[in-house]
Design a binder for this molecule. Structure first.
Ligand code: CA
Length: 707
């Protein structure tokens, strides 16, 4: 019996290069340059969170709570894709979106006809680095006739919105720094900004700003300090470095801002949500309970210069993969008898926070669900009142929420009419402990591209708590900091939400059901079975006086095996809905729970090789896509793979990276003996499955693809 361990979160995700000339050239007094907010304000969905407030609220109300039962499928478009997480955008009747391997698509919103697609040939020049994250992308940006895609291989591409031809290609990641990127870029003041990811592999977090017209780099802000011997990039980094200990820079530090980044036009600042510490093990960076700025924080920087303005840290001294990388929503809210310009965020730690955007002062914070690491957040100091033992220094500790968080990247939305925030909530625990073996992970194989979290962590669901391991839609009143209504789902990791002036909330779930709810009371008004798990949030827009809802359907990165969504079985699609439409979804296979292992009982399996192979499987990110040798929506079940069955073909694939166009990384840095070990680990899994032990698959407990 092969023991499966190592709960790891992966996708998580770092000096300010001050360029004096640029700062002086771009002061905020210069007349405002158009942002995505200005594009067809009412009818379009021109940006990731619709407009820069990131409320994911549309003023359209042709489709409303009174007629949503007449909503039907207008058209569907099949896509050669695996995992679809992107929020599409829509500008003047054209829908633009990204696929998992960074393809960009343009589709006519009325007819569903594909207008063009752009293939970036992802990781063609750095196929080894393809392993740094799954093949996922959360969306494109639009500005002035160009569509922008940030690729996981470090390139930003501006694509002509009419033709699909690249206009410019620019690197936004530093070469060779173990960074990758999966997020949607944001547009502001004629500039484009994107963060990085990879805290679990040794990345240092940062955002990079480029000129949207030319691709020229303007400024970069690191979220954690680098090697003091090299000098700090700015005063903010010098300040932050005082909150670190040891030789943290050797391991990256983390703090990667891989998703939530908002442009606050009222204060001309960028709000950056930062990720967890790297490694997770605090012994390498926060001995003596150092806060480790700016991990798990929101940091405000000047939009023109990238200079630090203020920060608020949600989790000082993060040792649990805590991150503030969910979308950051901006609004005016009445707090304490006065309208305040605030930002709202439910970071992964289970609290809902309201922060004054002017100065970063914490206004309120309350628990949205099962949270056992803190009693409350002290508003005066802004610090959490932590419970004893949560840092597991002396004994293992089971903490709620787990590494996925009570809320992750899956978008929340805010409806100013109802005053409610609609949050995709998740519940579950995680048991953290220190072991020598886990700790070695951080320092072993220096120079090799591998996982370095350095703690032992296993997800835990209480069998006596029916909500553990599941997800809910929460309608949260941010002013009262109270739950108004909730809908519980049988699945975890459901999709993000969208809300409208038609008093509606839309959300898809891991079972493949797209729902519309009454935004005021949560009554379920409409359901559509998309026949595949949904990870992405819907959008709405209007063309020629008619309102549409569009959604990408593509289980993958965070959804999959447990619901029978299997790689290569279920078609991925773009669906669009309208009132009175009568379209039919093309036929789709039912959920597939079958496991068809390939095994030759005459192959002798050496348990020592299996044990070593298991470490490689987890250590070198194979599990990120292939799950725990289990069915996966993101990649083939290796127990069924003909290539993994043929030792020579298997090694050839690893060495030469011949399937890079499908997203399979190159592993030419593994030795022949290591490839052998990996081969026998897979053989053992296939043999177990042949003998009826499908273990991980049946339990549906993939511990791997976190964030
Ligand atoms: Ca992480």
């Amino acid at each position: 019996m092969v023991q499966r361990k190592l709960g790891v979160s992966w996708r998580a995700q770092a000096t300010t290069l001050v360029m004096a000339a640029i700062i002086s050239a771009c002061s905020s007094s210069v007349s405002r340059i158009a942002t995505s907010d200005d594009i067809g304000a009412r009818d379009n969905w021109p940006g990731h969170g619709r407009d820069s407030d990131e409320q994911r609220f549309s003023p359209l109300q042709q489709i409303n709570a009174g007629n949503v039962d007449k909503l039907g499928l207008a058209w569907s478009l099949d896509l050669d894709e695996v995992s679809l997480e992107a929020t599409p955008i829509e500008v003047d009747g054209v829908i633009y979106f990204s696929g998992g391997r960074g393809f960009v698509y343009a589709v006519d919103a009325i007819s569903g006809k594909l207008l063009w697609q752009y293939d970036p040939e992802l990781n063609k020049d750095n196929p080894r680095e393809a392993r740094l994250t799954m093949n996922i992308n959360r969306g494109v940006a639009y500005w002035d006739g160009k569509v922008y895609i940030a690729l996981k291989d470090g390139r930003m591409v501006a694509v002509n919105a009419k033709t699909g031809e690249p206009v410019w290609i620019s690197r936004f990641l530093r070469a060779g720094d173990l960074s990758t990127s999966t997020g949607a870029p944001r547009i502001f003041n004629g500039k484009i900004i994107i963060g990085n990811s990879g805290a679990e592999f040794g990345a240092r977090g940062y955002v990079t700003t480029l000129d949207a017209q030319t691709g020229k780099m303007l400024w970069r802000f690191f979220t954690v300090p680098g090697d003091p011997a090299k000098g700090f990039e700015n005063d903010a980094m010098a300040m932050a470095a005082k909150t670190w200990s040891g030789e943290w820079w050797k391991y990256g530090g983390g703090g990667t801002p891989w998703n939530g980044i908002s442009f606050d036009r009222e204060f001309n600042q960028i709000l950056i949500g930062t990720g967890n510490g790297g490694p997770w093990n605090g012994k390498f960076r926060s001995q003596g309970n150092k806060a480790n700025l700016f991990l798990a924080s929101v940091v405000a920087v000047d939009a023109d210069s990238g200079q630090y303005k203020w920060h608020y840290q949600y989790n000082p001294n993060d040792v649990w993969d805590r991150k503030a990388t969910s979308d950051i929503i901006l609004a005016d809210l009445p707090i304490g008898g006065q309208v305040r310009k605030v930002m709202m965020q439910a970071p992964s730690n289970g609290f809902f926070y309201i922060i004054d955007r002017q100065d970063g002062k914490l206004l309120s914070a309350e628990k949205i669900g099962k949270v056992n690491w803190a009693d409350r957040i002290d508003l005066k100091s802004g610090l959490p009142v932590e419970r004893a033992g949560i840092r597991y220094e002396d004994a293992p500790f089971t903490i709620y929420p787990n590494d996925f968080g009570a809320h992750n990247w899956q978008a929340s939305s805010y409806n100013p009419n109802t005053g409610l925030v609609y949050i995709p909530y998740m519940q579950g625990g995680m048991t953290y402990s220190h072991t020598k073996e886990a700790e070695q992970q951080v320092t072993e194989d220096p120079g090799r591209m591998r996982v370095r979290i350095g703690v032992d962590a296993a997800r835990y669901n209480d069998p006596n708590d029916p909500l553990d391991g599941k997800g809910s839609l929460l309608a949260w009143d941010p002013v009262a900091q109270k739950l108004r209504w909730r809908v519980d789902y049988p699945t975890s990791k459901n999709a993000g939400t969208m809300t409208t002036a038609g008093n509606l909330v839309f959300q898809g779930n891991n079972q493949g059901l797209l729902y519309a709810y009454d935004a005021t009371n949560g009554q379920r008004l409409w359901t559509f079975d998309t026949k595949l798990g949904i990870a992405a949030p819907p959008i709405t827009f209007s063309v020629k006086g008619k309102q549409y809802i569009s959604l990408l359907v593509g289980a993958g990165g965070t959804t999959g095996g447990q619901q029978g969504w299997k790689y290569g079985v279920h078609p991925r699609r773009l669906l669009t809905f309208a009132l009175d439409a009568k379209g039919k979804l093309p036929s789709t296979p039912a959920p597939d729970f079958s496991i068809n292992p390939l095994d030759d009982p005459s192959i002798p399996i050496d348990p020592r090789k299996v044990e070593r192979g298991q470490k490689i499987f987890y250590g070198f990110m194979c599990s990120m896509c292939h799950s725990d040798l289990a069915p996966s929506a993101l990649a083939p079940d290796l127990r069924e793979s003909a290539i993994a069955f043929d030792r020579d073909a298997f090694k050839d694939l690893l060495r030469h990276g011949t399937l890079i166009s499908r997203g399979m990384p190159q592993y030419d840095d593994l030795t022949d003996a290591e490839m052998d070990d990996l081969y026998y680990f897979i053989r053992e899994g296939a043999r177990q499955a042949t003998n009826g032990d499908t273990d991980a698959a049946q339990k549906g407990q993939s511990r791997t693809p976190g964030y």
